[in-house]
Design a binder for this molecule. Structure first.
Ligand code: COS
Length: 381
């Protein structure tokens, strides 16, 4: 039975994450947005709190966050700064293929590296010609005497400039389409791997995205996750899990913008009364509050299903779409309610608006999510 009551431990985690967002993230979020510097000191503190390595299981000495823990924490981090949220949660995305298909030895070797220091892992699926159509990957990994020779290009790799290793999807059998993909763990120091310049972005500027170029990069056979040809299924299962975390990011960001707009509506006096007294404003805020709550419920449902081991392709796609479309709607309307102040860099509303846009694009555009939902309902799931 679906039970979305937070446990006492989850409530404490939520409080700790919110305090982190208020005390550590918010005071510097504008600085990192303006400069697009890499917020290394913040990540060290996030690591000390166990947020950066959250996906490392307890059995390996990590925090072992469940999916519910993750959505609770990430809503708060995204409330603080969506760019930092993306950079921090990218570790959970990169570790998901290891959780899904790694052997006990692979899990131990790669995951415990994140416990030793504030290290990052990065997920490399997208290519210049394979974004929404993930099965069209052109990167090849051809086995030659126990070593894969990896060639090709990956783009928009979050955290890539700083990552210790990458979970990379490549064609090990180019004749087999999506069924010819495999997942490999590629250490940063691999000869033949060149990391491109960081992308200059409109929003979420505290996170980092780069292009990776592989030229005859040698990856040992033992770095393959699961069997050959399982790569596409591993990638899809990963995204089923992590889209709920993106949804949580959307909820946190939407909440941040909503709180700003509500406060303004209650205190801004025009025509002798707070602008909240106008139903044009109060009904708008009522609708936004409703959509934020609905987004959270969809998010928690999708996360709960992952924790129960249930297939949640439909529910996580619904949560991701609804919550991130809501984040865009709330951040847009927050600027409208704040008026000229909302458009000014004096106020965080314009940052929230720029940050929200990326959430409708990454981890599968919201158009692709609707495709996933449509396929699932067509099949009666
Ligand atoms: N879990 C397990 N297996 C899955 C799966 C899932 N959630 N979704 C698909 N598969 C399997 C299918 O069962 C099918 O297996 P068989 O070949 O054995 O029949 C195979 O994968 C291919 O599935 P499908 O035919 O649905 O693939 P499509 O190429 O039509 O595309 C979409 C599927 C569009 C859903 C996929 O390409 C996608 O998610 N694209 C977006 C990628 C994305 O999110 N990129 C962002 C990267 S993260 S920054």
């Amino acid at each position: 039975m679906l039970d979305l009551t937070l446990t006492p431990d989850q409530m404490k985690l939520q409080e700790r994450a919110h305090a982190f967002a208020i005390d550590v993230i918010r005071p510097v979020s504008r600085h990192y947005d303006t400069t697009a510097e890499w917020p290394e000191p913040i990540f060290r503190l996030a690591w000390e709190q166990g947020f950066l390595q959250a996906a490392v299981p307890k059995s390996l000495g990590g925090p072992g966050h469940s999916q519910m823990d993750e959505v609770v924490v990430n809503e708060e981090i995204a409330w603080g700064c969506a760019g930092m949220y993306t950079a921090i949660s990218a570790n959970t995305l990169a570790l998901a293929p290891l959780h899904i298909a790694g052997s006990p030895e692979q899990k131990k070797f790669w995951m415990t590296r994140l416990l030793e220091a504030p290290r990052l892992a990065a997920f490399a699926l997208t290519e210049p010609e394979a974004g929404s159509d993930a099965g069209a990957i052109a990167c090849t990994a051809i086995l030659n005497r126990g070593v894969y020779l990896l060639n090709g290009t990956k783009c928009y790799v979050t955290g890539g400039a700083y990552a210790d290793y990458f979970t990379v999807f490549a064609k090990t059998d180019p004749g087999k389409g999506a069924r010819g993909l495999s997942a490999l763990v590629v250490p940063r120091a691999t000869p033949g791997l060149r990391i491109g310049a960081s992308m200059d972005k409109m929003g979420q500027r505290a996170s980092n995205q780069v292009t990776l170029h592989f030229e005859q990069a040698e990856v040992p056979l033992e770095n393959r996750l699961g069997s050959e040809g399982m790569g596409f299924a591993i990638a899809m299962k990963t995204l089923d899990q992590t889209r709920a975390i993106v949804a949580a990011g959307g909820v946190g960001l939407a909440r941040a913008a909503y709180e700003l707009a509500l406060e303004h509506a209650k205190t801004r006096i025009q025509f002798g009364q707070p602008i909240f007294s106008n139903q044009a404003i109060s009904f708008l805020l009522a609708d936004l509050a409703t959509k934020i709550e609905a987004s959270r419920l969809l998010t928690w449902q999708a996360a709960w299903m992952t924790d129960q081991g249930l297939r949640n392709s439909k529910q996580s796609a619904m949560a991701k779409t609804y919550a991130t479309d809501t984040a865009m709607e709330v951040t847009t309307n927050a600027i409208q309610i704040l008026g000229g102040l909302g458009y000014s860099r004096e106020c965080l509303a314009e940052k929230f608006f720029r940050d929200a846009k990326l959430m409708q694009i990454y981890e599968g555009t919201n158009q692709i999510q609707r495709l996933v939902i449509a396929k699932e309902i067509q099949q009666g799931r």
